[in-house]
Design a protein around this ligand. Structure first.
Ligand code: F6R
Length: 239
């Protein structure tokens, strides 16, 4: 895995944007997207470029990593809402070409199977990732088999606490999510993993130079032929 250290968050976002720009030049680009605080700068750059007419997402399809289970449609913390408001609605992407797992499906196993076959037909040209403080990617928590495909997860307490900042209280944070599995992520042609800030330093160390182990899901990226970790100086502190 290649590692790029940037001075700060803005530079991290710009470095990721350059890669996205390059990927969008390919014939039928499929963007694998993440939610959370980390890719917001990248999404702002993409939105800005679309607004200026420097970039178009008309020909682009997207697949998202994950979604909470049970948040009502249109809930401000659902990942579909996050993607619509932070990226899709600010670009010219055809919304019917944007895919996020359905966290309200009646039959969750059927939804996992549906999303998984979608991913088998739509290989990500690039997968954008953030990293959890515990090394998770998507909602693949420590201990998730590297062979996993789209599945339902019980969120770990640390993850719920990390995400509580977006809700009124921890009790409102969903206890389950649906996520691409690790093998779906590894299937991407290219992977860009982003991290910013001191709170990610230990996870970044374990992912980049620690033992490749299911105890740190992000460490699997060391085995990907075209993965780049772009981190700011604070997140790179332990490298
Ligand atoms: C989001 C996702 C998560 C986040 C991770 C980091 O779709 O799958 O793995 O990337 O929890 O979140 P932030 O960026 O908020 O620190």
């Amino acid at each position: 895995m290649k590692v790029t250290v940037t001075q700060n968050y803005d530079e991290m976002s710009k470095a990721a944007y350059k890669i996205v720009q390059e990927v969008l030049k390919c014939q039928n680009p499929i963007l694998g997207l993440a939610t959370g605080s980390t890719p917001l700068g990248l999404y702002a750059l993409i939105s800005e470029a679309c607004k200026k007419g420097d970039l178009s997402l008309k020909h682009v399809k997207s697949v998202n990593l994950d979604e909470y289970i049970g948040l009502p449609k249109g809930h401000k913390e659902s990942y579909r809402y996050f993607m619509d408001t932070n990226l899709f609605d600010k670009t010219d992407i055809d919304k019917s070409s944007t895919y996020v797992p359905n966290g309200n499906a009646e039959d969750m196993q059927a939804e996992c199977d549906r999303y998984n076959s979608l991913l088998n037909r739509m290989r990500q040209s690039v997968q954008i990732l953030g990293i959890g403080g515990n090394g998770h990617i998507g909602f693949n928590e420590p201990g998730t088999p590297f062979s996993s495909v789209t599945h339902l997860v019980d969120l770990q307490e640390r993850t719920r606490q990390d995400n509580a900042r977006f809700f009124n209280s921890i009790d409102e944070v969903p206890r389950q999510a649906i996520t691409m599995g690790i093998s779906n992520i590894m299937n991407a042609e290219r992977i860009v993993i982003l991290a910013s800030g001191k709170s990610k330093a230990e996870a970044v160390r374990a992912a980049a130079i620690g033992e490749v182990s299911e105890q740190c899901p992000a460490s699997v990226l060391q085995k990907h032929p075209d993965a780049v970790l772009i981190v700011d100086e604070a997140a790179a502190e332990l490298l």
